[in-house]
Design a protein around this ligand. Sequence first.
Ligand SMILES: [Zn+2]
Length: 201
Amino acid sequence: MGQVPPAPPRFAPPQHQRRERAAGRVLVLNATFEPINVCTVRRATVLLLKQKAEVIEHATWSLRSENTTLPRPMVIRLVSYVRVPRDAHRRKITRRAVFARDGWTCQYCGSRSNLTVDHVIPRSKGGSSEWDNIVASCAPCNRRKGDMLPEKANMIPRTTPKAPHPQVFIHVASPTIPASWKAWLPETTHEVLSSDVAEAA
Ligand SMILES: [Zn+2]
């Protein structure tokens, strides 16, 4: 208590754990236990040593440095509440995030291959590049729709596009979800990225 934490040591996991380390990501929960982010093991270690976060889940093996041993964190929780922008509109639109939101499925025909992003209202017709005007589309559908309005092309997205749930970005940052994270992520988020997304009713 009250001690100044030492500078973070450099942890070197044993060789046989290198693969796990390479995929090493740590789920970050807010003080409220809401998942908000994904960070590197090193970043998590710094937060833990500075006592800005606590370990919620850890691996069965430890990170070792010369004079410190620390269980490899899997899920950490920030000690202080951090205000997270609710407005996902402000989050950067990337192809991966659009595909993740749309379940890696063409929003016109349901195909899962050859995905591109399509402006529902074409830019040439004044369509914006916001979340509510961009959908995942396979290349053939994208070509077929061309510069037409959705009604003219008779191609209406299956799901009305909107800004994704903030937790979509957790999946974008870490496509593989470790088992130890699952208890901390809402079910809906699992469905978003699972490879067998049921079609929206
Ligand atoms: Zn398609």
